[in-house]
Structures are given as structure tokens and as C-alpha cells.
Design a protein around this ligand. Sequence first.
Ligand code: FE2
Ligand code: FE2
Length: 199
Amino acid sequence: MTDKLIYTQKIFTGSRELLIDKVSQALSAKRFEHVLRVEEMALQLAEKWHVDAELASIAALTHDYAKERSDEDFLREIEKKQLDRDLINWGNNIWHGVVGAEMVKDELGIAHEDILNAIRQHTTGATVMTKLSQILYMADYIEAGRDFPGVEEVRTLAFDDLAASVGWQTAHTLTFLLTQKVTIYPGTLLTYNTWSVDK
Ligand SMILES: [Fe+2]
Ligand SMILES: [Fe+2]
């Protein structure tokens, strides 16, 4: 599916191969392989839900670009970009999306807001999500390497009812987090209230 994908929209200055090269340099081999599997899944979902393949590819390839950066890097970026001060109270899980999008913008030169928002929202979701954002959120969760109870069910659901699959993921993630007795990022609760609750 990715073999014949040629970037034509100048969202990224360079080819898909160049972007892959840059992303691979920022990540461990294991995480880079995850990123390629997310792209594969994102492209399948994009085809199904009529979302632009180039946008889906770029969002998927860059979504974890900042995942292996140091806490100091993120804290410096929060300061530099004057991002929400509350971010300081969180950690890599939240930062690599919300703050990582700024690094994708500055270091890879990708300024497309739909792509940056999809990166920002990929861990926690959001109350308002474009189809691209929903696709990245789901592709990250159901890529071929994922294995957890219900993964086949939610893979099928993502191709039947994308919004319902966003609700499924959020409810399951929240349920898991509650068993871990960890602090819940308020944004995750807002996502849950919007996408997981029967209306
Ligand atoms: Fe991530
Ligand atoms: Fe990921």
C-alpha cells in the first residue's frame, strides 16, 4: 500500500523516503517499526474513510517523532512556545504528542494544522477530532503488531464505524488507567465524555 505513495502536495519538503529517513534517525529500531505499521494501518483506514493518503502517511510517520526526547527537551519547548503551563505537571506520554507536534513543525518543517492536531491528539483524543485525527488515534491502537483482548473486535469496528471505535478505545484505555491508580489526564476524560458515552 505504501510502495507507490508519492508525495505531491509539498506538505513536507521532500519525498516519503526522506521523511522516513529523518524519522528513523530519531527513533529506536523497534519504535520505528511500530511507526511503519501505524502508517500501513492509517492508509487502509484513510482509503476506507476517504481521507487523503498523503496526509495520513505524514501524520502516521511523524506521530511518535518526539517520543524518545528527554524531559528537558520537552520542558524547554513548553517554555519556548509558551504552551499551557499545566503541561509541566505531566510527562512523556502527554508531551510527545502535544509538545512533539511543535518539534515536528520546527524540525521537519511540517506546518499542516490537521496533521499537527492529529499528532497532538494521538494519545488522548480530543472532543473535536477530524477524520484524519480519528484515523491516527485508531491506527496507533490497532496496528498489526498490537495484541490485547478485543483487538480483533476493535479492528473490525474501526472499518465499520470510525467514531464508535474512537469511543471503544477511549473507554478501554480509561478503564485500564483506573485499575493502575494513576492520574488521569483531564483531556482523556473529555474525550470519553464526547465519544464513549451513550447519548
Ligand atoms: Fe505515541
Ligand atoms: Fe505510536
